[in-house]
Design a protein around this ligand. Structure first.
Ligand code: UD1
Length: 460
């Protein structure tokens, strides 16, 4: 692998060795290295934040390299610990990796992956347990190699998160699936997967991605009904099409895939990260500041923008993004319910709660995707937020001045919600377990400090 290191030590090192060491808490805990983020709250954000490529799109696009022996080049790749974990995983399946992250010229943030042959069909427990998206190698491996052995991901902080729908989709294409020793073993019939109709009983992003990738190399036509419509799926379909896949219905909930015998080389630019965009939009709002979000698209997060405007924040489109202006505004509480795209994203729920804790009046936040995604509530309460949970809904009574505290995050979006709360709180906030943030937010402290936040990473 060739790798061009960058000078800023805030950026994640994407070499496979570094990747395996950065991918989770255990390594850091072993070394006693636990960074935290220190924030002195109460400063309005004012400035521009450049949005990175979408983590969740990258994590689906990268395994697509396993579908072909030709190179797949991705640009606008975010520099994140999860990307490093996926590089490690793909490397051990046999993909060569060439990364250019030198921060100069037009060839930056580029990743070229080439799996000339599949050298191992096993996705080991040690990688999968750190990053659930590892399960996205399943469809491509079975489709091209005829066999895959992928560790069951297990539960996570936000719920049990089974992969039964991924497996049912592959079974519909003829795969024989067994579970043994904590591993999923999936075997294609002799002659390969066969196209068929897959009906998802509920919307699953990862399940749709696995089914879509597998169907590209299946014999005949596959119809995926009740497919997820997230922009990351459209991005994956666009890339697969560039690789020679035949897909119709992109952007709708019915995808039709006519299988082809092989896929070829392609270059694809990853779409902007809509969750990072929404998070910084809410950072501007919670500090009653003004931020230009550049390198992004408002159409990726209509539901968030609509709700944000309802609170009283103004949104103005620009050539390459939009401006969020909350200066001198009294924000109102606004209810949200999480839904699959184009609804309000579950990945923005925790951040919305932080904003609502500082708004005028009450807001009801209903989580309909994950059963246990209110883990941030007790931590927000330690900062003075008034939140009551009733089943899948939380009532937030806003207008409280939050106060800084030591807090601990349980997952990626919970961590960033505590960072947002810290930006608005009086006094000092310390957010522990920063490795969660590094999984999904590139140089979060540098991006916020660039807009005037008093925020720093304290090396553990
Ligand atoms: C993806 C995103 C994640 C986001 C989620 C929902 C990535 C890498 N992650 O996760 O950030 O929060 O979409 O927008 O893209 N389910 C089952 N059986 C399955 C699969 C899913 O019951 O086989 C359930 C899940 O437990 C959950 C719901 O379906 O309650 C939606 O999950 P899904 O859309 O599959 O989420 P992910 O793809 O894991």
């Amino acid at each position: 692998m060739s790798h061009s290191p960058v000078s800023e030590d805030l950026l994640i090192d994407l070499t496979p060795d570094a990747a395996s060491s950065r991918a989770g808490p255990d390594h850091k805990e072993r070394r006693g290295v636990m960074d935290c983020i220190r924030i002195e709250g109460g400063r309005r954000l004012d400035g521009t934040i450049a949005i990175s490529g979408a983590k969740n799109a990258a994590l689906a696009l990268m395994p697509a390299c396993l579908l072909t022996d030709q190179p797949l080049t991705l640009t606008n790749v975010p520099r994140l610990a999860d990307i490093a974990s996926m590089i490690t995983l793909l490397g051990q399946h046999g993909a060569s990796v060439d990364a250019a992250f030198d921060g100069a010229g037009g060839d930056t943030r580029r990743l070229t992956l080439q799996a000339r042959s599949i050298t191992s069909a096993t996705a080991p427990y040690d990688i999968v347990r750190k990053m659930r998206a590892s399960v996205l190698v399943l469809g491509p491996l079975v489709a091209r190699h005829g066999f895959a052995r992928v560790s069951l991901p297990g539960g996570c902080a936000i719920g049990t998160r089974p992969v039964d729908l991924h497996l049912k989709a592959l079974e519909a294409l003829g795969a024989d699936i067994t579970l043994a020793g904590g591993y999923i073993e999936a075997r294609a019939p002799s002659g390969g997967l066969r196209g068929d109709t897959i009906v998802f009983p509920s919307v699953t992003v990862g399940g749709t991605e696995n089914a879509l990738m597998a169907a590209t190399l299946a014999h005949g036509e596959t119809v995926i009904e009740n497919a997820a419509r997230e922009p990351e799926i459209t991005d994956l379909a666009t890339c697969l099409t560039a690789m020679g896949a035949r897909i119709e219905g992109v952007g709708t909930n019915t995808l039709r895939v006519e299988g082809v015998s092989s896929l070829t080389a392609a270059t694809h630019a990853i779409l902007p990260d809509r969750i990072e965009t929404g998070t910084y939009a809410l950072a501007a709002a919670i500090t009653r500041g003004r931020v230009h979000l550049s390198g992004t698209r408002a159409d990726l997060l209509h539901a968030v923008i609509e709700h944000l405007e309802e609170t009283g924040v103004s949104i103005t489109p620009t050539e390459d993004g939009f401006v969020v202006d909350a200066r001198d505004r009294v924000l109102r509480g606004v209810d949200v319910m999480t839904k699959p795209f184009p609804g309000f994203p579950t990945d923005m729920q925790a951040q919305w709660m932080a904003l609502m804790a500082t708004a005028d009046g009450a807001a009801m936040i209903t989580e309909s995707i994950f059963e246990n995604r209110f883990m941030h509530v007790p931590e927000l309460a330690r900062m003075g937020a008034d939140v009551n949970i009733h089943g899948g809904s939380a009532i937030v009574r806003g207008r409280r001045r939050l106060s800084g505290a030591q807090v601990m995050a349980t997952d990626l979006r919970a961590s960033v919600c505590l960072v947002l709360a810290g930006l608005a709180a009086e006094g000092e906030t310390i957010v522990n377990r920063v490795y969660h943030l590094d999984r999904g937010y590139e140089t979060v402290e540098a991006k916020l400090a660039g807009c005037g936040a008093a925020i720093e990473r304290v090396r553990g």
